[in-house]
Write a protein that binds this ligand. Structure first.
Ligand code: ACO
Length: 358
């Protein structure tokens, strides 16, 4: 047994490989540098799910099918009121649970489209605004931003969101993907696997970290105040959000992919300078305090900056992560269904035993 299943191998996969020592991510045989910023969400769907989902369209037919799926989902947000106190990711999960389960391409298309419609509607609902209907003719990234903000995004903004979605599409057997594979292995269906993925992702130790990164940057305010603020946070026993990783012992390559996307977008240079100062101070302090545990920048740090620059509020960042990661969850679920057995490990019982007869 290994605490947290660290280093335990639990699946064979053809989908992605995380090299934590070298800081390299390979997806379907291609390096992340070859994918992020070079392809759209739709092309990533084809790369990941091609051959795993019979009947899944590609090219313009895939884009049209996703647009049609977004349109078909929109009545859910109009007709299904939710309790006012649900966070955006809880709203995403609740609306997703209304999709009928299945293991077919139609169900997968609906799940790929759902975070676009539900994220935008959840954010607008929290602001007391009416949801905006999808435009089936747009790409998923452009339509997501349009439904969120009400205006048509620039090509650079849509490209930046595509770069983000591609960057986070898959990442080995992370906690949410493992959860999705466990549920898929019971043959419960892709909707159930997606719900397991969303539920695992929302935790702050996984996909819930980028919102707190914004809180940290806002609380620090000025580059010169970074060190004192970070030292005080660690003294209180807090973790620095956006740093550390179970697998990477060096810098997460996705951090650089997202920083490059931010630069291409021409994001606010003052904000970026603050983030860089905080990052440098955090890395120096973590090296001093944890000399035996290499802790470097992870994907969530620049996720926060990029999604903020695109107009997403911090409380919705995890929903956008879920949109990209849905590609990976579905691909892993299909791989599990096609070749895997029921996932059912053992535990070591350390509780009391019934009294033995003398
Ligand atoms: N800040 C301060 N200390 C840290 C951090 C951090 N961000 N991350 C790890 N440490 C310390 C721990 O306190 C621990 O110290 P100790 O041995 O003195 O007790 C040591 O490093 C090892 O930590 P573990 O919890 O064993 O590492 P684990 O592999 O379980 O955790 C995790 C990985 C959860 C990502 C962790 O680094 C963390 O909490 N980071 C902050 C949250 C975050 O950024 N999450 C997003 C991760 S990326 C993703 O999931 C998409």
């Amino acid at each position: 047994m290994s605490d947290g299943l660290e280093d335990v191998v639990a699946a064979h996969t053809t989908l992605s490989d995380v090299d934590g020592g070298a800081g390299r991510l390979v997806i379907r045989g291609r390096s992340l540098d070859d994918l992020a910023g070079r392809m759209a969400f739709e092309e990533m769907v084809t790369l990941m799910l091609g051959g795993l989902l019979p009947g899944l369209p590609s090219g313009t037919a895939l884009s049209a099918a996703l647009g049609a799926a977004r349109t078909a989902l929109f009545p859910i947000v109009l007709r299904m009121p939710l309790p006012a106190n649900l966070s955006p990711v809880e709203a995403l999960r609740a609306w997703t649970a209304l999709i009928p389960d299945g293991e077919d391409a139609g169900t997968a298309l609906t799940l790929l489209a759902a975070p676009a419609v539900f994220t935008a509607a959840a954010v607008r609902r929290a602001r007391g605004l009416e949801p905006i209907a999808p435009n089936a003719g747009l790409s998923q990234a452009a339509d997501t931003l349009r439904m969120l903000r009400g205006d048509r995004p620039s090509a650079a903004e849509a490209a930046a969101l595509d770069a983000y979605l591609v960057t986070v599409a898959d990442h080995g057997l992370n906690a949410s993907t493992f959860a999705a594979r466990v549920v898929a292995s019971t043959r419960a269906g892709l909707v159930s696997a997606e719900l397991a993925g969303i539920s695992a992702l929302k935790g702050p130790l996984h996909g819930g970290a980028p919102g707190p990164v914004i809180d940290m940057l806002d609380a620090i305010g000025e580059p010169g105040d970074a060190r004192a603020w970070l030292e005080a946070a660690l003294d209180r026993g807090e973790r620095l959000m956006g740093f550390g990783h179970r697998v990477y012992r060096v810098r997460d390559p996705r951090a650089d992919a997202l920083k490059a996307a931010l630069r291409r977008l021409g994001a606010d240079s003052k904000r970026l300078a603050l983030a860089e100062a905080v990052e440098q101070a955090a890395l120096a302090i973590l090296r001093e305090r944890k000399p035996n545990r290499p802790l470097d920048t992870n994907v969530e740090f620049y996720t926060a900056l990029l999604l903020e620059a695109l107009g997403f509020p911090p409380e919705a960042f995890t929903c956008v992560f879920a949109m990209g990661r849905t590609i990976g969850w579905l691909a892993h679920a299909q791989e599990q269904i096609a070749g895997g057995r029921l996932i059912r490990p053992q535990s070591v019982y350390v509780g009391p035993r019934p009294m033995q007869a003398a």
